[in-house]
Unconditional design. Structure first.
Length: 193
């Protein structure tokens, strides 16, 4: 059975810079036989967590908040060996849609015995100019509190660009993302052997 990787995009822009980098990571995984999935919470509505605590009471791997996207994306996350999330910077933080997904996924995971524990993954962030370090840290914190394994790279997983495709002109940013994907693959293969 092939290993699986999911990339989750927080950008509402189809074919934008965040999607370009996430799909670049998925291409690395596909080239080594991974099954891959791409989801965009920029185009699929995920309602925010309301901290109702029902996931802790029910302990059935579900959330009582009803929307079309959360159950399917969360199940794909549980089914994946590698989870990568990407966000453009919105006023110094990740997009609200992405954080809605991550907040709910974190609550449900932790309420059910830490379902995301020891999965591999990490974030990548795209900025026009600034706010990338805060956004990157915000997303890394989510991986850390969920007991996940995040490899490093040659720099933080950030790249710069505003117009769609501009991110590919950031050579250092692209090289950093490529190395991040390579490190995830290396680690996944080491853990599997």
């Amino acid at each position: 059975m092939p290993m699986k990787a999911i990339a989750i995009c927080g950008s509402p822009r189809a074919d934008g810079n965040t999607q370009i980098l996430l799909k670049r990571c998925l291409d690395h995984f596909k080239s080594t036989g991974f099954a891959t999935s791409y989801r965009s919470v920029g185009s699929e509505l995920v309602k925010p967590c309301i901290a109702c605590g029902k996931c802790s009471q029910m302990k059935n791997r579900t959330c009582v908040i009803r929307d079309d996207a959360f159950p399917s994306i969360f199940n794909e996350m549980l089914d994946s060996d590698i989870i990568i999330v990407g966000s453009p910077v919105y006023f110094g933080s990740a997009t609200p849609n992405l954080m809605a997904l991550l907040d709910r996924a974190g609550y449900v995971s932790r309420a059910n015995g830490n379902l995301l524990s020891r999965k591999l993954g990490g974030p990548l962030v795209v900025a026009r100019r600034a706010g990338h370090n805060f956004t990157f840290a915000q997303l890394v914190y989510w991986f850390m509190i969920n007991d996940m394994v995040v490899p490093g790279s040659t720099y933080w997983n950030i790249a710069f660009g505003r117009k769609a495709g501009e991110v590919t002109e950031d050579e250092e940013g692209v090289a950093t993302i490529d190395r991040f994907a390579e490190n995830l693959l290396w680690l996944a293969q080491k853990l599997r052997s």
